[in-house]
Design a binder for this molecule. Structure first.
Ligand SMILES: Cc1cc2nc3c(=O)[nH]c(=O)nc-3n(C[C@H](O)[C@H](O)[C@H](O)COP(=O)(O)OP(=O)(O)OC[C@H]3O[C@@H](n4cnc5c(N)ncnc54)[C@H](O)[C@@H]3O)c2cc1C
Ligand code: FES
Length: 339
């Protein structure tokens, strides 16, 4: 049986067939919907169900109990059991920022630390790729596979900056390090994802990043700090050792320059002379904010960090409508995009 899906605050609806996921149905009917892995793992397709009932083929692993209690569902898994109303909670401008494929040329690469490469890409002249700071792109490999990387700079119409961690056994990052020709052309799909600052909110922001999760946080900060002096932002950046905080000096300089910005680096395996916060980064957040009522939180980095943070922050009173995250799942868990 076919059901109808209505969107909160939009004069738009789409139909979903028996057994079809909400995501597949919406994309088939050309809606701009957020998604990533399409397999229930990343949470990018999370939306709030405000009316109706859905069912899943298996439990939606990316959702914490707090998100389920707040009415969130995963569109890539959910099937409609009735007509539905969903709240996408995304700005209208995202409709104009639909993902598209484009070439880019490598300008240069350099090591930011022992295992992080900064890759600078040049966009085709006059292309003017538009995206919201925090969004990511997919590199389209020749064998049809993809690799997702957050865009590390605020939009400037000319360049895209990426921070690539070289994971043991990681194919793409190793190729970039060892084999990529100078001025190589890389094919991209962008912009992707629902991880960007909600500008309709005035809540104070807490950003929590782990490792290269700093990349989207950097793009957000580049945009936010000069523009929004009244909105306070507190970045917690976690790594194992000091060298993992590969742009620590730049972030400390922002904390000096912008009174509304605070920075707390956190190390889980610090050297003896480290004087800052230690332990897991989400625990440092909770030491600073034992109660998170009234905050808005953005989490990005390794899946275990994102999962631990989500659980802990919702338990500490964070409103699930003000929780946003990008979980840096490995590519073997991500599938090619639909259509
Ligand atoms: C939305 C999003 C944004 C992201 N942004 C960034 C970013 O800005 N920077 C960044 O560094 N990363 C980011 N990631 C993570 C990145 O896309 C993945 O780590 C990607 O797999 C790296 O590609 P690679 O070819 O270098 O490594 P891969 O070849 O994909 O390998 C990555 C790791 O997975 C392991 N692995 C591969 N296949 C398997 C398997 N079948 N079983 C077990 N282990 C396996 C490898 O050994 C290696 O340790 C992001 C991910 C997502 C989803
Ligand atoms: S959980 Fe649905 S797209 Fe990843």
């Amino acid at each position: 049986m076919t059901h109808q899906v209505y969107l909160v605050d939009r004069p738009v609806s789409f139909s979903v067939d028996e057994g079809e996921t909400l995501l597949a149905a919406g994309l088939r009917q050309h809606l701009a919907l957020p998604f990533g892995c399409q397999s229930g793992g990343c949470g990018s397709c999370r939306v709030r169900l405000t009316a109706g009932e859905v069912e899943y083929p298996f439990a939606p692993a990316a959702l914490s109990q707090g998100e389920i209690d707040a009415g969130y569902i995963l569109m890539c898994l959910a099937r409609a059991k009735s007509d539905l109303t969903i709240d996408l909670h995304q700005p209208a401008q995202i409709e104009e920022l639909r993902p598209r494929k484009l070439p880019s040329r490598v300008m240069y690469k350099r090591m930011l630390s022992h295992d992080v490469i900064q890759l600078m890409l040049k966009l085709p002249k006059g292309d003017n790729l538009r995206y919201l700071p925090g969004q990511y792109l997919d590199i389209l490999l020749e064998d049809g596979r993809r690799r997702s990387f957050s865009i590390a700079n605020a939009p400037n119409a000319e360049t895209l900056e990426l921070h690539l961690r070289i994971a043991p056994g990681g194919r793409f990052a190793k190729w970039v390090l060892e084999e990529m020709p100078e001025k190589a052309i890389l094919r991209l799909e962008a912009p992707l994802g629902a991880f960007y600052i909600r500008e309709d909110s005035q809540r104070p922001i807490v950003l929590m990043a782990g490792g290269t999760g700093f990349s989207p946080a950097k793009a957000m900060l580049e945009e936010l700090l000069p523009k929004h002096s009244a909105r306070s932002v507190h970045l917690f950046w976690g790594g194992r050792a000091q060298e993992d905080l590969y742009m620590d000096a730049e972030v400390r300089a922002w904390a000096e320059q912008y009174p509304q910005f605070r920075y707390t680096p956190v190390l889980s395996e610090p050297s003896a002379d480290w004087k800052g916060e230690t332990g897991f980064v989400h625990e440092a957040v909770l030491r600073a904010y034992p109660v998170l009522v009234g905050q808005e939180m953005y989490l990005c980095g390794p899946p275990v960090m994102v999962q631990a943070g989500k659980r802990a922050f919702l338990a500490a009173g964070l409103d699930a409508d003000h929780l946003f995250y990008d979980s840096f799942d490995y590519a073997f868990e991500t599938w090619p995009a639909l259509g």
